[in-house]
Design a protein around this ligand. Structure first.
Ligand SMILES: *Cc1c(COP(=O)(O)O)cnc(C)c1O
Length: 849
């Protein structure tokens, strides 16, 4: 741990220098910046990424080797800050890498939760166990608390009429009021510096943490009420304690709402502070910063900006509204009804009374303009469709509506998803503003998701293309296509897959004591959050079916079979009963299959606990087939499908999300597709409701459910909820897709028998994935939504601090190579000797005992 920390601090030192230079330069150039507000950032490990981006891997390897350490082992000591749930948070992290790499002036804004997403383990009954992730208990060297940035954030209180100081009059039509909060919490900035690949530009991820206004209430303290005094502090700090563990589901907790406001209020304060630093008026905000709202969680930024402009800056309502709309844009991430956030008016009124008034005013003005008030049913219906405020079981604010109305652009994250939001979810808005709705397909950073996680494949690509330009322009991968049939290239390609599979094999052996094969075994992987719409249940049920088939086979028939290792990983939200049942079922099935001597190594099912970015980096390069089998129309995009195809895994997928982009870019003959199209889903659902899903289900699936009900995998009562859903309505239409899913698996097994064909498909997949780079995604955002341009730091040779780094990058040409290595060794030793760190190491050494 000591060496890891020392190494990390030397990297942080360099980043701090580069960061200072970058921020000064942005200020000097007065460039337009983008601020990406997201309630989650799922960053993964930092050190390797930073060392690679700074082009220092060779140097550090050598320097550490000189001291008897292997750099790879040092990487392994780092923990993953789990400040996100899944795809949405990881997308934000990929975007930060791209923004820095391509020199965009950019800020990420999020929350520094004290506890990350829970740590998952599997109990003896196969059930998910959850443990708190107290990640800040150990030092995290890449985050620096910025003591200069502390912002008071108000809550509750009252709203008073604004009185003109000159005329002493209150003017109704000014729409101005004064909010007097009754509580304050301090937002403390914690900065993570974001290096780009092959550039000096270093951006900021600013994460807010909550602290009490006064560390201790001294009045209480002096009366001896120590408990009361520290209570206030605890209450304040509770605010950023936990990340809510739901993915694609809204949780209506008051504390979550407070987190959302805390995030946007601190962020807007920070952005406006920087604008004012440049002595520019607030009218220029849209030219100073584009603000992207990652899903609806930060949409309170819209009424908050209105409050600042109208109440504090005395800007007239209509002008303020124009500024607001021009500044914000909103990304929709899901159309699942349970994920669309709606907050009770009562709750908002209590916590943010002034904001509720502003939301009502925004709504009123919008409705006035866009729907005639009439008494007939049609105009009433239109009004209730358009209204931000919904009257159902309660009076609720629809956050997605607020996001649409308050932004100049609204985007979906894949073509199919963008069409659904335009034509269905927001059809009433898209007819008012046809140009507001656009598509920006998600992407992933090729630095982490190919170059760093699959170094052997990265080297092969670079040597084949005779250039590493593909690392920042992924469209160059298309040139690999001409090697798809090349025998020598195919062999190397396949050998790298074997190498990566061996690494995973060792991991499985160490973790679970389980032996899995590598040669002639298909690694079939589905890793993502556990959710009914993602249909992990269909996956495991199909392998129960396959298991039953194998049991019926003769030894001769078994010899014809392809061997398969099925790997599933993913966390379920602790309150999501059906998802937790699915995890339990997977583990029960795994136990039966893996321990059945009649099955041998023909089929293994492995559940890998505690899925994370780091686990993904291990699994993805080792995968032959990756499963993206959501019900059509439910997965907005998916991003792991892109990571896999980039690493030569062949997609087994439905016609959903970005799978459709994969199909379009590499040809359907290179993807294993199955199931119905999104347009057919509603008819199937209707049939299920009318006739009962059980009656429409294929015999194969009925048989599987029968075996579960017989108790083959333990007491069937434990799975009753998911079985009843399948037999009743089957909302995610597993029954309907089951037969064609099994058929697709057959095609996979047949294709596997033909290695030339298999590796050709695999290579073509990678070659046709240039579009999947988040570099392409960010270029789309920059040009069509944000209107921002790159601002690369000039290479000033006289700048002494920058020179150190430049010289390092030219190291291969540098005669003083050994001297440089010495320099790194000295830096690391220096950090190790530092007394303050020494104390930390002692504590850490104790932990490790
Ligand atoms: C990419 C990624 C995701 C998103 O996966 P999907 O299959 O697109 O849902 C979730 N979690 C982690 C750790 C990831 O790296």
């Amino acid at each position: 741990m000591g060496t890891y920390l020392a190494t990390s601090y030397t990297i942080r030192d360099r980043l701090l220098q580069l960061w200072n230079d970058t921020q000064e330069y942005y200020k000097k150039e007065k460039v337009k910046q983008v601020c990406y507000i997201s309630i989650e950032f799922l960053m993964g490990r930092f050190l390797q990424n930073a060392i690679i981006n700074l082009n220092l891997e060779e140097n550090y390897k050598k320097a550490l080797a000189g001291m008897g350490y292997a750099l790879e082992e040092i990487y392994e000591e780092e923990l993953d800050p789990a400040l996100g749930n899944g795809g949405l948070g990881r997308l934000a992290a990929c975007f930060l890498d791209t923004l820095a790499t391509h020199n965009y002036p950019a800020w990420g804004y999020g929350l520094r939760y004290n506890y990350g997403l829970f740590k998952q383990s599997i109990g003896t009954d196969g059930e998910q166990l959850e443990k708190t992730d107290i990640w800040l208990d150990k030092p995290y060297p890449f985050m620096v608390e910025n003591h200069f940035i502390r912002i008071p954030i108000g809550f509750c209180g009252t709203v008073e009429d604004y009185v003109d100081p000159n005329t002493k009059e209150t003017k109704e039509e000014s729409n101005r009021s004064i909010w007097k909060p009754s509580e304050y919490v301090i937002a403390q900035a914690n900065d993570i510096l974001i290096p780009g690949y092959g550039t000096d530009n270093t951006n900021t991820l600013r994460l807010w943490s909550a602290r009490a206004v006064e560390e201790l209430d001294f009045e209480k303290f002096s009366f001896g009420d120590f408990k009361g005094a520290s209570e206030q502090r605890l209450n304040a700090e509770n605010l950023t304690n936990v990340l809510y563990p739901n993915d694609n589901e809204a949780e209506g907790k008051e504390l979550r709402f407070k987190q959302q406001y805390f995030l946007v209020a601190a962020t807007l304060y920070d952005i406006i502070r920087r604008l004012k630093e440049q002595k520019r008026p607030l009218e220029e905000l849209p030219d100073f910063s584009a603000i992207q709202l990652n899903d609806t969680h930060p949409t309170l930024a819209i009424p908050e900006l209105m409050r600042i402009l109208v109440d504090q800056e005395m800007i007239e309502w209509d002008k303020a509204w124009e500024i607001t709309q021009k500044t914000f844009s909103y990304t929709n991430h899901t159309i699942l009804p349970e994920a669309l956030e709606r907050w009770p008016v009562k709750l908002i009124t209590k916590l943010l009374p002034r904001h509720m008034q502003i939301i009502e005013m925004i709504n009123w003005k919008f409705l006035e303009k866009n729907s005639q008030v009439g008494q007939n049913n049609k105009s009433k219906e239109l009004r209730s469709k358009l209204s931000i405020i919904e009257n159902s079981w309660d009076t609720l604010v629809r956050m997605a509506w607020l996001g649409c109305i308050g932004s100049h652009k609204v985007n979906g994250v894949s073509p199919i998803h963008s069409n659904i939001i335009k034509d269905q979810l927001f059809s009433h808005f898209s007819s008012i503003w046809p140009k507001k709705f656009v598509n920006v397909t998600n992407g992933v950073t090729p630095r982490r998701w190919l170059h760093a996680c699959n170094p052997k494949l990265s080297d092969l690509i670079t040597s084949t293309l005779e250039s590493d330009d593909w690392i920042y322009d992924l469209s160059h991968l298309s040139k690999l296509r001409e090697f798809a049939d090349n025998e020598d290239f195919q062999l190397k390609w396949a050998a790298i897959k074997q190498y990566n599979k061996k690494k995973l094999q060792r991991f499985v052996k160490e973790q679970f004591g389980l032996d899995i094969g590598v040669h002639d075994v298909i690694y079939d992987v589905q890793i993502k959050r556990i959710h009914e719409y993602k249909r992990q249940l269909m996956n495991i049920l199909s392998h129960v079916y396959n298991y039953l088939q194998i049991k019926k086979m003769t030894e001769e028939e078994k010899k014809q079979l392809e061997k398969k290792v099925v790997i599933i990983a993913g966390k379920a939200a602790p309150g999501y009963k059906a998802a937790k049942m699915i995890i339990k079922l997977i583990n029960r099935v795994s136990k039966v299959i893996n321990n059945d001597p009649e099955i041998g190594d023909l089929l293994k099912v492995i559940y890998i606990p505690n899925y994370s970015v780091t686990i993904a980096e291990l699994l993805i390069p080792a995968t032959d087939v990756s499963e993206h089998i959501s019900t059509p129309g439910t997965e907005a995009s998916g991003t792991s499908n892109m990571k896999f195809v980039l690493n030569g895994a062949i997609t087994l997928g439905t016609y959903d999300g970005a799978n459709l982009e994969i199909i379009e870019n590499i040809g359907e003959e290179n993807v294993f597709t199955f199931g119905i199209k999104a347009s057919e889903v509603s008819q199937v659902k209707q049939n299920n409701i009318e006739k009962g899903a059980w009656n429409l289900m294929p015999k194969s699936l009925q048989g599987v459910l029968g075996i579960i009900e017989e108790g083959k995998f333990g007491d069937p009562e434990e799975f009753r909820m998911i079985l009843q859903e399948l037999k009743g309505v089957d909302r995610y239409i597993l029954g309907n897709d089951f037969t064609s899913y099994l058929q697709a698996q057959k095609v996979i097994n047949e294709t596997w028998k033909n290695p030339e064909k298999w590796w050709k498909m695999s290579i073509i997949g990678c070659a046709g994935s240039g579009w999947a780079s988040s570099d392409r995604t960010i270029k789309d955002y920059a040009e069509t939504i944000w209107d921002i341009k790159p601002c690369p730091l000039p290479k000033i040779e006289s700048n002494s601090q920058l020179n150190i780094i430049k010289n390092d990058q030219k190291l291969k040409l540098n005669k003083n190579y050994e001297k440089k290595i010495n320099y790194y060794e000295k830096q690391i030793v220096l950090h190790q000797k530092n007394k303050r760190f020494r104390r930390v190491y002692n504590i850490l050494d104790d932990w490790e005992k």
